[in-house]
Design a protein around this ligand. Structure first.
Ligand code: PLP
Length: 666
C-alpha cells in the first residue's frame, strides 16, 4: 500500500480501472485481430470502429482522418513527414512553398526535434524559425503574422506541458488566414482538459497520447484534416486503411475507448469548475507554506490542472527532495538529472528571471483527482512549509527540532562538483568557512543562521599572492594551521588545543591531490577533504591512498537488508538524506510505515561522523537514502578508509519500501 500522492499528471497518469479492465478483457477474451475475417476478427474490428467513432465525436474530427498509433511522438512524426513531403513535392513541381518552418518556442521536444530531423532527411532544408512567446507563455501573434505569408508549416501546441498555458488557437488561426502554411497543433495536454472541435478549425494535424489521460502508454491517435496532405510513416499490412500499418494495439485501443467514453458521458471526470476549485486549494496551501512563492504562469490562461511555481532561496532540487520525502510526487518544470536541474527552456522562452527558470516546480493532476486527494496533498504541502521553516530559517536562539543529527562540526556544501567547507566549534558557536564558492553562499548562510554561529574567518586554500603568509586561525577550542604546498596552495590542518599536526582529525586540501601530500604534514588517518570532488569520493586519508583499497561490492539488495539487519543486531542504520528530506519524511512515517530506528547523518555532514564509525570497525554500518546513490558513496568512502562492513541499501528507500510491502503481503 502506498501513501504516495501523485501530482505529476502531465508526465503520465495511472490507468482508469475501467480502461485497465477493458484492456485485460481484450487481451484475454476478445483478442481477435481486426484484419481477420472470422468471428473473433470481426468482433475486434467492431470494437476498433466503435472506439474510432467515439474519438471522432470527442475531438470533433468531422470527416477528417483519425488513426490509432503508438502515441504523440509517432503522430508528430507522421504529421511532419506528411507536411514536409507535400512541401518537397510542391517545390519540385515549381510551386512557391515559402521559406519558413515555424515552431513555437515552448513546444515539447518531440516537435522541434522531428521537424529538424525530417527537414534534413527529406533534403528540404528550409529555415526553421522559432515563434517566440510572451511573459504569459502565449505565442507572439505579431511575429506569426509577419512569418505567415512565407511559412510552409507552423507548429504550435494547444496547451503547454510545463506551465499549462493554453494557446490562443483562434488568434493563431486568424494570423494564418491568408497563409498556405500547414498547421500542426500538439493536442496532448488538451485532451479531457480543453473543449476540442477540430472540424471547426483549420488545424491540419493534431496528435494525441493516451497515457496523459488515464489510458495506457503505447496508444495514441492522430487527426488529419480532410484534404491535408498525408504520407504514412509505416507501411506494410495496410492496417488503418493503409494509413498506419502494423497490427493494431487492440488492448490499448479498448482502454482508450473507455477513457473516451467516460469523457463523452461527462459523468466520470471533474468539470472545469471543479478542477479550478481544486487548483485554488493547492495554490492557497502553497502560498501559505512558502511565503514569497511565485507562480510562473497566469492562472487565467493555464489549464486548471497545472501549477508551475518557484520559491525564492530554494532550488528545484531541494523542493523536489522535500516533496519526495513527504511522498508527494511532483516534478521540475523540465527534465532534470539527479545531480543538477537544468533551467526550464519553456520558462526561459517566457523571459522569466533566471532564478525562476532554475528553481521551477511543476505540480499537475488529472481530471480524476478527488477532493480528498487534493486535501491530503494540501496537508503535506503545509508540512513541507513547516519543514522549510524549521530546517532552513530557524531563529538562532531556538534549539533545532529534535531528531536532527547532532550538531556536527565539519560540513560540506557542494555546488557544481566543487566543495566549500564549514568547520564549527559547536559549543563556542563559532565557525570558519573554507573555499566558499558563490553558488554555495546561500545554503552556508542558512546553515550559519540556523545554528547561530559567528563566522570567525573565511579561508582560501589557493593563495593569490605567493609572498603572503597565511596565519593559523583559532576558533573556540580548535585551530586551523596553514601548511604551505608549493607557491600557491596551502592546506589547513584542523587540530584541537594541544594536538600536533599528525594528530589532526581533518585537513582541507583544496585542489591538491591527496597522493601529493607528504607524510608528516598530516597524520596517516587525518581525513583529507578536497575542494573538488567530481568523482564523489567525499574523503580520503594518506593510509587509504597508500593501501589503494579496491572497489569492493558494498551494496545490500533491498531483499537482503532485512536478513542482514537481523543477523547483525548491532548494525547501525544511517539515513544520509539531507535534513529537509529527513524531516519531510517524518510525515510519511507518521502515517504508519514501519521503520527501524535510524540515525540521521546527512551526506554533507559525513566528515564529522567518519572518525567515530572508523573507531568501531566491528559495528556494521548500513547507509540508505532516497535512490541509493548517496548511500553508495558513503559506504564506498567508509570502505576506502578501512571500515570492513559498510553497506548501502541498493535502490534506496523505494526498494526498501517494496520489501516492507512484500513482507506485509506474504
Ligand atoms: N507533446 C506534449 C505536449 C507532451 O507533453 C508529450 C509528453 O510528454 C508529448 C508530446 C510526447 O508524448 P508521448 O511521449 O506519449 O509520445
Amino acid at each position: 500500500m502506498t501513501t504516495e500522492i501523485y501530482l505529476d499528471g502531465n508526465a503520465t497518469t495511472a490507468v482508469l480501472p475501467a480502461a485497465a479492465n477493458a484492456a485485460l478483457e481484450t487481451m484475454c477474451s476478445r483478442f481477435g485481430n481486426p484484419s481477420s475475417s472470422h468471428g473473433a476478427g470481426l468482433q475486434a474490428r467492431a470494437l476498433l470502429e466503435t472506439v474510432r467513432a467515439c474519438a471522432r465525436r470527442v475531438i470533433g474530427a468531422g470527416h477528417g482522418r483519425l488513426m490509432f498509433n503508438s502515441g504523440a511522438t509517432e503522430g508528430i512524426q507522421t504529421a511532419m513527414l506528411s507536411a514536409l513531403v507535400a512541401l518537397r513535392d510542391r517545390r519540385a513541381a515549381g510551386e512557391a512553398i515559402g521559406r519558413w518552418l515555424v515552431v513555437g518556442a515552448t513546444e515539447h521536444k518531440a516537435v522541434p526535434e522531428s521537424l529538424a530531423h525530417w527537414n534534413r532527411v527529406l533534403g528540404l532544408d528550409l529555415d526553421i524559425v522559432v515563434l517566440e512567446v510572451g511573459q504569459d507563455g502565449r505565442h507572439d501573434l505579431a511575429q506569426l503574422r509577419r512569418l505567415a505569408p512565407d511559412a510552409g508549416l507552423v507548429c504550435t501546441m494547444a496547451a503547454n506541458n510545463e506551465t499549462g498555458v493554453t494557446s490562443n488557437l483562434a488568434g493563431i488561426e486568424a494570423a494564418l488566414t491568408d497563409s498556405a502554411a500547414y498547421w500542426l497543433v500538439d493536442c496532448v495536454q488538451a485532451l479531457g482538459k480543453l473543449g476540442l472541435d477540430l472540424q471547426r478549425t483549420r488545424i491540419d494535424y493534431a496528435p494525441f497520447s493516451g497515457h496523459k489521460l488515464y489510458a495506457p502508454k503505447g496508444i495514441g491517435m492522430l487527426y488529419v484534416r480532410p484534404g491535408a496532405p498525408f504520407t504514412p510513416l509505416m507501411v506494410g499490412g495496410g492496417q488503418e486503411s493503409g494509413q498506419r500499418s502494423g497490427t493494431e494495439n487492440m488492448s490499448g485501443i479498448a482502454a482508450l475507448g473507455e477513457v473516451l467514453a467516460a469523457l463523452e458521458s461527462g459523468a466520470v471526470f471533474s468539470s472545469q469548475q471543479q478542477l479550478e476549485a481544486l487548483r485554488g486549494q493547492l495554490v492557497t496551501s502553497l502560498s501559505a507554506a512558502f511565503p514569497g512563492i511565485v507562480f510562473n504562469a497566469p492562472s487565467a490562461l493555464a489549464l486548471p490542472t497545472t501549477i508551475n511555481f518557484s520559491v525564492p532561496w530554494l532550488s528545484s532540487r531541494e523542493l523536489l527532495d522535500l516533496f519526495d520525502a513527504a511522498e508527494l510526487s511532483v516534478s521540475t518544470g523540465s527534465a532534470c538529472s539527479a545531480a543538477k536541474a537544468e533551467p526550464s527552456f519553456v520558462l526561459r522562452a517566457m523571459a522569466l528571471p533566471a532564478w525562476q527558470t532554475e528553481a521551477a516546480i511543476r505540480l499537475s493532476f488529472g481530471p480524476l483527482a478527488s477532493e480528498r486527494e487534493i486535501a491530503a496533498a494540501c496537508a503535506r504541502i503545509a508540512h513541507c512549509g513547516h519543514v522549510v521553516r524549521v530546517s532552513a530559517m530557524l531563529p538562532p536562539t531556538r534549539k533545532p527540532v529534535e531528531h536532527i543529527a547532532p550538531l556536527h562540526n565539519v560540513v560540506c556544501f557542494t555546488h557544481d562538483g566543487r566543495s566549500s567547507w564549514l568547520v564549527a566549534d559547536v559549543l563556542a558557536r563559532s565557525c570558519v568557512l573554507i573555499d566558499v564558492l558563490n553558488g554555495a553562499a546561500t545554503p552556508i548562510d542558512r546553515h550559519v543562521r540556523r545554528h547561530g554561529y559567528r563566522i570567525d574567518a573565511m579561508l582560501e586554500t589557493r593563495i593569490e599572492a605567493a609572498g603572503l603568509a597565511p596565519r593559523p586561525v583559532g576558533f573556540g577550542d580548535y585551530l586551523l594551521t596553514p601548511v604551505r604546498h608549493g607557491g600557491r596552495h596551502v592546506i589547513y590542518v584542523l587540530t584541537r588545543a594541544g594536538e600536533t599536526l599528525i594528530q589532526a582529525s581533518h585537513a582541507f586540501i583544496g585542489q591538491i591531490a591527496a597522493r601529493d601530500i607528504a607524510p608528516g604534514m598530516v597524520g596517516q588517518d587525518t581525513l583529507l577533504l578536497a575542494a573538488t570532488d567530481e568523482s564523489g569520493r567525499l574523503a580520503t586519508s594518506l593510509r587509504a591512498e597508500h593501501a589503494g583499497q579496491g572497489e569492493e561490492a558494498n551494496e545490500l539488495s533491498a531483499a537482503m537488508t532485512g536478513g542482514y539487519l537481523e543477523a547483525h543486531p548491532n548494525a547501525r542504520l544511517i539515513d544520509v538524506r539531507e535534513l529537509h528530506e529527513q524531516l519531510a519524511g517524518q510525515f510519511a512515517r507518521s502515517t504508519g510505515e514501519r521503520e527501524r530506528m535510524a540515525e540521521h547523518v546527512p551526506l554533507s555532514h559525513l566528515a564529522s561522523a567518519l572518525h567515530d564509525w572508523l573507531a568501531a570497525p566491528e559495528t556494521p554500518l548500513v547507509f540508505y537514502c532516497r535512490s541509493g546513490n548517496r548511500s553508495a558513496r558513503a559506504a564506498a568512502c567508509l570502505r576506502r578508509l578501512g571500515h570492513p562492513a559498510a553497506w548501502s541499501i541498493g535502490g534506496g528507500m523505494a526498494a526498501a519500501a517494496d520489501v516492507v510491502r512484500a513482507e506485509r503481503a506474504a
